[in-house]
Design a protein around this ligand. Structure first.
Ligand code: ADP
Ligand code: MG
Length: 345
């Protein structure tokens, strides 16, 4: 997490959206959005499927014509400038590599189109292989002979070939298995730091966003409903939608909880958002007896799915293997009002 001194929002704005919107017939895929993206920022746009993320990033990359508003690059109106004339590049989920061509040919494709001389293209391609940490020997390897992670790196090298100021990513890791995805997330973050370029990254995984981003924008129904640093969003989600998006949380209606009736006396909002690790068998002033419905091992931690007398469901996360918490057994759990995040909607 970043401290105030290193916040990228203090830097000059590279990309500015002024009421940018997009409709497809009756569908308003992106509502008018105004947003400044500072130079060098890793901004991630997160939202569920259909929330307008792809349309948004296509608008930013110039692959989609906006229905309204304007887009500025360092203060210059680029709304009408075609994608291939902008200093930006895009990486798609499909990667869109040419399978029948070599790694080198894939990376050099755009340079070749622009008439860059072969020796110069090759030198640049070898530099780019180094940038994405692929050995030089991969230059002549067929793309079909590369693993999923290697193909990802080839797509990145190709995106960097034009030395873009801004890189757009539309869920590039969503089709990749968990372990490799975690590795690539770290590599991408490092690549961002090494190159200092502006990254606008789309994902439906808030977990992925939390790992990599300087700022996260949460999209819902074509609108950005919250934007902030990962720690800001984690500490103060604006509503239940954002809180739920962060994974397993307890959301308790303050005045309606039969399990924790005392909650209403501490209420600072309509709903109490309580993280699983804040609902604990040993601690907390607000306590209740809960029955273990399910126990899930998470490695060094254990997740307990719990039920209150009135049928309310809760989730708790405890350290260790939770041997005492057999399904069907009843235990006292509690939390402290200061660990509650209050939301109104
Ligand atoms: P996401 O990437 O978050 O899943 P999209 O931007 O792809 O969301 O889609 C947002 C909304 O716009 C959806 O309702 C989708 O059906 C609609 N949409 C996207 N592209 C088109 C298109 N080319 N024509 C018509 N509707 C579209
Ligand atoms: Mg999409």
């Amino acid at each position: 997490m970043k401290d105030e001194a290193t916040r990228t929002t203090d830097r000059p704005v590279i990309l500015s959206l002024a009421g940018l919107s997009k409709s497809f017939g009756e569908t308003q895929a992106v509502k008018p959005i105004s947003l400044d993206i500072p130079e060098g920022e890793f901004l991630t746009i997160v939202g569920p499927s259909g929330s307008g993320k792809s349309t948004m990033v296509r608008l930013l990359a110039g692959l989609e014509e906006p229905s309204g508003g304007a887009l500025y690059l360092r203060g210059k109106d680029i709304t009408a400038i075609p994608a291939n004339q902008r200093p930006t590049a895009m990486v798609f989920q499909s990667l869109a590599l040419f399978d029948h061509r070599s790694v080198g040919q894939n990376i050099e494709f755009a340079m070749k189109m622009k008439g860059v001389a072969p020796a110069k293209r090759r030198a640049r391609a070898l530099d780019l292989l180094k940038l994405v940490r692929l050995p030089e020997t991969y230059y002549s390897r067929a793309v079909t002979q590369c693993s999923g992670g290697e193909r990802q790196r080839v797509a990145l090298a190709r995106a960097f070939a034009s030395d873009p100021e801004i890189l757009f990513f539309d869920e590039p890791l969503s089709a990749i298995d968990y372990r490799l995805r975690k590795t690539l997330e770290v590599e991408l973050k490092e690549l961002h730091q090494r190159t200092g370029r502006t990254f606008v990254y789309i994902t439906h995984s808030l977990e992925e966003a939390m790992v990599m981003s300087d700022r996260i924008a949460i999209m819902k129904d074509g609108d950005i409903i919250q934007i902030g640093t990962p720690s800001e969003i984690y500490a103060q989600p604006v509503n239940r939608f954002v809180a739920r998006f962060m994974g397993e949380v307890n959301i308790v209606a303050a005045d309606k909880s039969a399990t924790f009736p005392a909650l209403s006396r501490n209420a600072k909002g309509q709903y109490a958002v309580l993280r699983p690790e804040a609902l604990h068998p040993e601690e907390g002033t607000l306590r209740a007896r809960l029955t273990v419905a399910q126990r899930l091992m998470l490695g060094s931690r254990t997740q307990l799915h719990l039920t209150g007398d009135a049928g309310e469901s809760f989730v708790s996360e405890i350290a260790g293997s939770g041997d005492a918490f057999l399904p069907g057994t009843e235990h006292e759990f509690g939390f402290s009002p200061e660990n509650v995040v209050w939301v109104d909607a």
